[in-house]
Design a protein around this ligand. Structure first.
Ligand SMILES: Nc1ncnc2c1ncn2[C@@H]1O[C@H](COP(=O)(O)OP(=O)(O)OP(=O)(O)O)[C@@H](O)[C@H]1O
Length: 642
């Protein structure tokens, strides 16, 4: 069933050298083969492919999607699979290492055409079961009263259907609710109104969390701002909704790790099935960043009676680790027309559509679906309120998200003030595009660096100014990856005498943490700035703003692994927002790099920008990225929707 040009062990080594496989993939395959006496070259090769899938953040290996004639996409194929998917499934299921879904003792599980590592099969199966268990309606005792409250919260709109109102009613009447939408579509506004409704009725222990400290801090700020707006609105009316209930709406958010209770030097948390969280309602923001294992741990720790609300943008890059849970949950709402254009459309069971229609005084019968499944828990907000004023960023984000290349080009050609295209331009004097980016970065980073030089000793103020601008890179390595751009920006700032590179730690050096240090309370992705200590100006300390707004100070020498952060990856920027963003795309990406340049990556970078977005790139590469949608292999969408 497998044809190899050379002995498999030699090929595995070559593939590792060519970076088609990682060392881990090769070792995993050889280890599995050594552990099972009935191993065949086919089995060993498939194990390498499965491990590679996990390195690429897929949760399984769909055997029917393997390109038999060149499974590793080599320049010249040295390995081919012979036979159909059915024969491949049959051959693998003979292996003593491969079990069926109920075989908890086997290291690999074959479920239909999908091959899993046992651990990932369990994560996926349990997450789907946990979500389905949560996907139940909650009785609305007094429909007319709730109707009145909803009408008081939502003024009539010009649109036929007010999806924020429908989302509020959806979440009010369901134990699980997933409210998704792009930036500024009103997710926080909606959830604040929902919390007001719930707090008006009963006393609940409500917790707000996000995957990173930065995202948690943003959630707190958004909820606070939303409460202030709502208080003004309520104050203007003689409403049945009380300001007292609004005051009870919580606004402090924390990180998922902190909520679950980190146990130092362990992958386990203090809260789990046997020691559940003490809460009645959990709200998770930036849910697209939550990977499959983390979602499992979170759902496992949720008490039986608790409600769960997930907020996020299903179009953003998926989690850094395996899985794309939020996208999988929403997958059943995607409709692809005959001409290949995809759009979202809600799907409700007849009962849910009837209830929502009653509660919101709108007609939702066109959205009734006989197989709505988890659709009853979903609410999608499509209209951005944030991008009305600065239309360029919103239009560009929308066009990229739809992979509408004509519209993308059109937006760039309109010359919007908040958009700047910088073309890579190789000349004997160097890349002029890169030089333009460096000039821009010196101007923007100069603001906070000059503030430090002029004696500003208020760390939060300086960090705030630093956060106004950020360079985001698609890649980590290379001249145009995070490493290269950080080095170039550091040099440019040193030349402008804004920083001094004579010491590793200097006032103004921004750092991003690359591993978790539970003792210090620093986590992968946390960003801080090295600054003179407020109480002793001759001593430098790394300053980090925590989720609750407080400052954490750490001696630079004690920092866990970290790097300079004038530039960071788009992946690491999720959950953050900056006034100005500059995206850097490589001019000549390798084949492997091209695979990573996706529309989700470009969309995520654009939507981090509040006021200005620039892109250093070449038009061809930008368009190729916009045309490429990422698909993560997973069986979760099927489990939830079939
Ligand atoms: N129905 C509405 N009418 C007018 N403005 C609105 C409406 N809903 C939200 N907004 C405004 O849009 C902005 C963004 O709202 P909100 O923070 O709720 O969106 P979000 O989806 O949570 O955004 P993000 O993804 O950026 O966190 C706020 O200024 C809010 O006042």
């Amino acid at each position: 069933m497998i044809a190899l040009d050379k002995p498999l062990e030699r090929l595995l080594k070559e593939w590792e050298q060519q970076r088609l496989l990682t060392a881990l993939d090769r070792h995993f395959a050889l280890e599995m083969s050594a552990m099972h006496a009935d191993s065949t070259p086919l089995f060993t090769f498939i194990c390498a492919l499965l491990s590679r899938q996990l390195s690429l953040q897929h949760t399984c290996l769909p055997l029917n999607l393997i390109d038999n004639s060149n499974p590793l996409a080599e320049v010249t194929a040295q390995c081919q699979l012979l036979g159909s998917t059915v024969e491949l499934v049959d051959a693998l299921s003979q292996s003593s290492a491969v079990g069926t879904p109920s075989d908890t003792g086997k290291p690999l599980i074959l479920d239909g055409n999908n091959l899993y590592l046992q651990r990932y099969y369990q994560f996926e199966y349990q997450v789907s079961e946990q979500l389905k268990r949560l996907c139940v309606p909650i009785d609305v005792d007094d429909i007319p009263h709730t109707q009145t409250l909803l009408s008081a919260l939502f003024s009539p709109t010009a649109q036929a259907l007010d999806w924020q109102k429908i989302a509020t009613a959806t979440a009010f009447s369901h134990k699980l609710a997933v409210i998704t939408g792009g930036p500024g579509t009103g997710k926080t506004t909606t959830v604040t109104k929902l919390l007001l409704l719930l707090c008006q009725q009963q006393t609940l222990t409500i917790k707000l969390v996000a995957p990173t400290g930065k995202a948690a801090a943003r959630l707190s700020e958004s909820i606070k701002a939303s409460k202030v707006r709502l208080a003004t609105e309520l104050g203007q009316k003689s409403d049945p909704l009380s300001l007292t209930a609004l005051a009870a709406v919580p606004e402090e958010a924390t990180t998922l790790h902190r909520l679950l209770g980190v146990i130092p030097n362990s992958h386990r948390f203090r809260h789990h099935k046997d020691n559940p969280l003490r809460l009645d309602l959990l709200i998770v923001d930036e849910a697209s960043m939550v990977d499959l294992p983390m979602m499992h741990k979170l759902l496992d720790a949720l008490p039986e009676h608790a409600r769960l609300i997930l907020l996020g943008d299903q179009d953003q890059l998926a989690s850094v680790e395996a899985g794309a849970v939020l996208a999988d949950i929403c997958a059943g709402l995607k409709q692809v027309s005959a001409d290949g254009v995809s759009q979202w459309r809600m799907r409700y069971s007849p009962d849910k559509a009837k209830l929502l229609s009653q509660l919101t005084a709108s007609d939702l019968t066109p959205f009734v679906s006989p197989d709505a499944q988890i659709g009853d828990a979903l609410a999608m907000l499509m209209h951005s309120h944030r991008f009305q004023g600065d239309a360029g960023i919103g239009l560009l984000a929308g066009a990229v998200n739809r992979s509408d290349l004509e519209a993308v080009l059109h937006v760039w050609q309109q010359g919007y003030q908040e958009l700047l295209w910088i073309e890579h331009q190789d000349t004997p004097q160097g890349n002029l595009g890169l030089q333009a980016l460096l000039t821009q970065s010196v101007e923007h980073y100069g603001v906070y660096l000059k503030a430090i030089a002029s004696g500003c000793h208020t760390p939060s103020e300086i960090i705030d100014r630093f956060n106004q601008y950020r360079i985001l890179c698609a890649m980590r390595v290379g001249e145009f990856g995070v490493e290269g751009i950080n080095a170039s920006v550091s040099q440019a700032l040193a030349q402008a005498q804004l920083i001094s590179l004579s010491h590793e730690f200097y006032a103004g050096r921004p750092v991003i943490i690359q591993s978790n240090d539970y003792n210090l309370g620093l986590f992968n992705g946390d960003i801080g700035v090295i600054l003179p200590d407020e109480t002793n100006h001759s001593r430098l300390m790394a300053h980090f703003v925590q989720a609750d707004g407080s400052l954490l100070k750490v001696l630079p020498a004690r920092l866990p692994s970290h790097e300079t952060c004038f530039a960071m990856t788009v992946h690491k920027s999720q959950g953050s927002e900056f006034s100005q963003v500059a995206l850097v795309l490589p001019p000549r990406p390798s084949a492997a790099q091209r695979q990573l340049l996706s529309k989700e990556l470009v969309y995520t970078a654009i939507t981090r920008a509040k006021n200005h977005f620039s892109c250093l790139g070449s038009q061809k590469i930008f368009e190729a990225a916009c045309a490429q949608a990422t698909q993560r292999a997973s069986g979760l969408a099927n489990r939830l929707w079939q």
